[in-house]
Write a protein that binds this ligand. Structure first.
Ligand SMILES: [Zn+2]
Ligand SMILES: [Zn+2]
Length: 150
């Protein structure tokens, strides 16, 4: 797998939100949890993590999803396309929805999580699979190190 090189550009479905990223991706994930299935109207969600400082956007966003503690999900105000999430306590990273990136196809999921809730026919070419989530921040860091070494 050849990792794409920054900068990266992308947009929501209607184009009124434009995103840009100046740093390489930290990690790519697929999440099979039921919440992601519903939130993304799909079998699983696709996330590409970037350093927050490397990420910027233009356009108007609204918050959506469950509004649960510590997780904020941002959507285009016009087309309501899911754009990115911010996880409380992890302000240094943003979880961009891989599908908004122009080069989405290059961000193959390296890790899949929550396979406990996976639909049986969903197949993801992930290198690492977790029944739930990586247990510790050290586990997550090790995955990011392995991903960026590729
Ligand atoms: Zn839009
Ligand atoms: Zn999920």
């Amino acid at each position: 797998m050849i990792l794409p090189k920054p900068p990266f550009e992308g947009s929501c479905l209607c184009g009124s939100v434009q995103v840009s990223v100046t740093a390489p991706a930290l990690l790519t994930l697929a999440c099979h949890c039921r919440d992601c299935q519903k939130l993304c109207a799909s079998a699983y969600s696709l996330t590409t993590m970037f350093p927050s400082a490397s990420f910027s956007y233009k356009g108007e966003l609204v918050k959506g999803g469950l509004g649960s503690s510590g997780r904020t999900h941002y959507f285009c105000k016009s087309c309501l396309n899911f754009v990115f999430s911010q996880i409380g306590g992890a302000d240094q990273r943003i979880n961009l929805r891989t599908s908004v990136l122009n080069e989405a196809a290059s961000f193959e999921p390296f890790v899949e999580v929550m396979t406990d809730e996976k639909v049986p026919w969903a197949k993801v070419p992930a290198v690492h699979s977790f029944p739930r989530y990586p247990e510790t921040l050290e586990n997550l860091q090790a995955l990011m190190d392995e991903y960026s070494a590729r």
